[in-house]
Design a protein around this ligand. Structure first.
Ligand SMILES: O=C[C@H](O)[C@H](O)COP(=O)(O)O
Ligand SMILES: C=C(OP(=O)(O)O)C(=O)O
Ligand SMILES: [Mn+2]
Length: 475
């Protein structure tokens, strides 16, 4: 697999030799285009103190093997095309900011386990395949509202994610360190390796995942979900009785994704596929462009318009149909199924007004992007004692608004994008454990935005499954 890519170092094109398949030479204009973003305005990049050290780190990354194979990326595009057409549903979840210290076997397993558990519930509710994708194995760079953070009378650069600087509030830790780019690569590689092992090696066995869900539903706090859990149980027993081959249900496809933000990492991870001569960002299967960096004439949109990966764009409540159309024209001029995902993050109070005009505009343009709801980023609040948090009920209300808007427009609600962890943290308010403002302090671990914990994530999956099954019966 690695031999089928060429490494791109600066402007020079070197194509590695593959004995397995013929190598297609990269068109020089493709290579040159990949650096056009350097001429454009760019937001949310760190102030690296040492330009030579950044260049050296990027060159080192450019020489390392790709983390994903272009063929897997193509497969994901076709899965997302199914979701856009209403034949599948995307579940994308993981930390707001992964950390190097958090890349442990236990924490990775808990996140994968949570996503697998949610996926089983959603599969039942949707009666459709669930495309499983982690905000994992590369979600290390963060855009921030402010470049600096002030505590008392000390002001330092803001924490921009472990791939840039440290969280500790000292000048040394907050200085952007290019060595972190290389560590980001290796941490992504080891995380993805374990994800592949879990999802291919037997851990994802449907019956096992289902038995974990039975444990969730047996908890008296989750009584509300007992009936649905019972239905899933009967469905699985029916499959067993009918002779389903459960060995075939031990492995699942699982895709990696992160925000395509930090260009000194994304550019060197972008390689030319020897099969096609086209550029793929091999840092993950899918990248999205954030609400803060999706400027039409900016560096990010230009760069990601030139890679073959399926691309997500976050759309906040102020997005106009005209801007949406220009994004489509720039990123998906061919209107290729599965290429473009719109991840709307409007806020529970706004989605019912802000989403319908975009859905109507897409219909009148004759385009069918994949529509995904991110019910996290429009619902942030800060408690009087200083914790960034979100209310579970607001999150769920935005999901409901998303389904309502699609039902009214006759478009497909194609997926959910959630900040979650598999651990029992206390970062979001509410849920069946009734986490309140006092409780937040007991186990608040996120270095950026608050995540649903394991229980809250499963609870959300049961509620979304109800929405999905209602959406089915309306069709
Ligand atoms: O994850 C999203 C953003 O990075 C985050 O919401 C920004 O948070 P801030 O407003 O604390 O910078
Ligand atoms: C930064 C994020 O979101 P947004 O761009 O929607 O604010 C995120 O997904 O963590
Ligand atoms: Mn976030």
């Amino acid at each position: 697999m690695p031999g089928s890519f060429c490494n791109l170092k600066k402007e020079k094109v070197t194509v590695s030799q593959s004995t397995i398949e013929p190598v297609v030479q990269a068109d020089p204009s493709v290579i040159a285009g990949l650096d056009y973003w350097r001429t454009l305005p760019i937001k949310q990049q760190p102030q690296w103190p040492d330009a030579d050290a950044v260049g050296a780190a990027s060159a080192e990354i450019a020489a390392l093997p790709p983390l994903v194979f272009a063929g897997e990326v193509d497969q994901l595009r076709s899965r997302l095309a199914d979701a856009a057409a209403g034949r599948a549903f995307l579940l994308q979840g993981g930390d707001c900011a992964e950390t190097f210290a958090g890349a442990t076997a236990d924490q990775i397993r808990n996140r994968v386990k949570t996503i697998l558990q949610m996926a089983v519930v959603l599969t039942y509710g949707a009666s459709m395949p669930i495309v499983k994708m982690g905000r994992m194995a590369g979600q290390f760079a963060k855009p921030r509202s402010s470049d600096t953070e002030t505590r008392g009378d000390v002001t330092l650069p803001a924490y921009r994610g472990d791939i840039v600087n440290g969280y500790d509030f000292t000048p040394e830790s907050r200085r952007a360190d290019p060595a972190r780019l290389v560590k980001g690569y290796h941490t992504s590689a080891s995380t993805l390796n374990l994800i592949r092992a879990f999802t291919q090696g037997g851990f994802a066995d449907l019956r096992e995942v289902h038995s974990w869900n039975k444990g969730f539903a047996a908890n008296p706090a989750n009584k509300r979900y007992e009936a649905l859990a019972g239905e899933i149980d009967r469905a699985i027993r029916f499959m067993e009785a009918a002779g389903a081959d459960f060995d075939e249900l031990k492995r699942v496809e699982f895709y990696s994704s992160h925000e395509g933000l930090l260009m000194d990492y994304e550019r060197p991870m972008t390689r030319i596929d020897s099969r096609t001569g086209l550029a793929y960002n091999t840092s993950s299967h899918f990248q999205w462009i954030g609400e803060r960096t999706r400027d039409l004439d900016g560096a990010h949109l230009d760069f990601f318009s030139r890679v073959r990966n399926p691309i997500g764009i976050k759309l906040g409540p102020t997005t106009t149909p005209e801007v949406m159309k220009q994004i489509i024209d720039k990123l998906d001029p061919e209107r290729e199924p599965g290429r473009l995902t719109f991840i709307t993050r409007m806020g529970a109070g706004k989605i019912r007004e802000s989403l319908p005009p975009l859905l109507e505009a897409a219909k009148s343009l004759g385009v069918t992007p994949l529509w995904v709801t991110d019910p996290m980023h429009g619902n942030g609040i800060t408690t009087p004692n200083g914790y960034k948090t979100r209310r579970f009920d607001d999150v769920m209300d935005e999901v409901k608004g998303f389904f309502e808007a699609h039902r009214a427009a006759g478009t497909h609600p194609g997926g959910i994008h959630i900040e979650l962890t598999g651990d029992d943290v206390t970062e979001c308010l509410g849920g069946s454990e009734h986490i309140d403002e006092e409780t937040l302090a007991t186990r608040y671990e996120s270095l950026c935005d608050p995540r649903l914990n394991h229980m809250q994530s499963l609870e959300l999956a049961f509620l979304v499954a109800e929405e999905l099954s209602a959406a089915k019966s309306h069709n």
